[in-house]
Design a protein around this ligand. Structure first.
Ligand code: GLY
Length: 323
């Protein structure tokens, strides 16, 4: 039996070490088995993009190669008017592209405000692999691309030109928040358990010439930490940058949040700090952890994402949302 004196001794000891104990937030660890390979990506055009990425992943390829191959599909598709070729131009009628890529070793590359290059993600990878820099922008990025064998091409399709000329008539219509920022963000986990991600867009339709969104910014549009997980963003880039969105999602996962809850907490933070008009704003995050568990969360209804894994046959899923 514990004597009163023993009890007092133990309680005094406990009280004296209490200030040195760090408060810890304990989350139940999900007892999920590991699934790999996995590729997830934003919006309906994530489906054909995942198909391309799956060719790499299902044959034992690297996540980095998978995401680079995958996002080139919407980049080159003239019917996708928010990414690459056929993307809606800025208010001066110029298509300017933002893109980045990140691998399992925290290597990353990025291009922003890049014109006339069909596959900015490949230029971003070239920046990552052949320079000491991370980000090249505008004419410098284009010069680098051309010097490295990329062809200059006109990316303004007749359809996008027509849409822009129509927009010019009043220049101030309220955008549909689910239509004008449809970035492709893609995350993959390969058979060796390594994560990578890529993000690429023509940005906000009819933006001011020179505007750059979240998509080429490591930590905003994309973040990968191979110890924890990866995240990517779509929607109004300004609101994503304000909270370092994708990095925040990964940090929530590091604390033990599931991918979906990590996205949800970050969306709550976006909402709390938001400056855009609610009616014009969609923001959504997509996340994948080391176990191959994925999740998404959006500010408003309408966000969809595609999942390809041994358990998901490239399914298009509806995200949960806050508002
Ligand atoms: N999320 C894409 C952009 O705002 O440019």
């Amino acid at each position: 039996m514990t004597s009163r004196r023993d009890f007092l001794k133990k309680s005094t000891l406990a009280v004296s070490i209490l200030p040195f104990l760090k408060p810890t937030k304990v989350f139940p660890k999900s007892i999920s088995k590991s699934v790999k390979p996995v590729v997830i990506s934003t919006w309906h055009f994530g489906v054909p993009a995942n198909d391309e990425a799956w060719k790499v992943l299902s044959t034992g390829g690297r996540a980095l190669d998978a995401v680079e191959a995958g996002v080139q599909i919407p980049e080159g598709d003239p019917k996708v008017n928010s990414v690459g070729y056929g993307g809606l131009p800025d208010r001066e009628g110029r298509v300017t592209l933002d893109s980045c890529i990140m691998d399992e070793n925290a290597n990353c590359g990025s291009v922003a405000f890049l014109e006339n290059i069909m596959h900015p993600v490949c230029v971003a990878r070239k920046v990552m692999e052949s320079t000491k820099h991370i980000m090249l922008v505008g004419s410098g990025a284009q010069k680098f691309a051309v010097e490295n064998g990329f062809k200059k091409e006109n990316l303004l399709t007749p359809e996008s030109k027509k849409a822009w000329l129509n927009w010019l008539k009043n220049s101030n219509f309220t955008p549909d928040p689910n239509l004008l920022h449809d970035t492709i963000g893609m995350l993959a986990l390969d058979i060796n358990g390594n994560l990578s991600g890529a993000c690429t867009t023509s940005g906000l339709g009819y933006k001011i010439h020179g505007r750059v969104g979240d998509s080429p910014i490591i930590g905003a549009g994309l973040f990968v930490d191979n110890e924890v997980g990866a995240a990517t963003a779509t929607g109004t880039g300004e609101e994503v940058i304000r909270v370092s969105g994708s990095h925040t999602v990964v940090e929530y996962m590091r604390q033990g949040y599931s991918p979906m809850d990590a996205c949800k907490e970050t969306i709550k933070r976006v909402k709390a700090k938001m400056k855009s008009k609610e009616a014009e704003t969609q923001v959504a995050f997509l996340a994948l952890n080391k176990e191959g568990t994925f999740g998404a969360y959006a500010l408003i209804n309408g966000f969809k994402y595609a999942v390809y894994s041994p358990e998901e046959n490239n399914t298009l899923k509806k995200s949960d949302y806050l508002n």
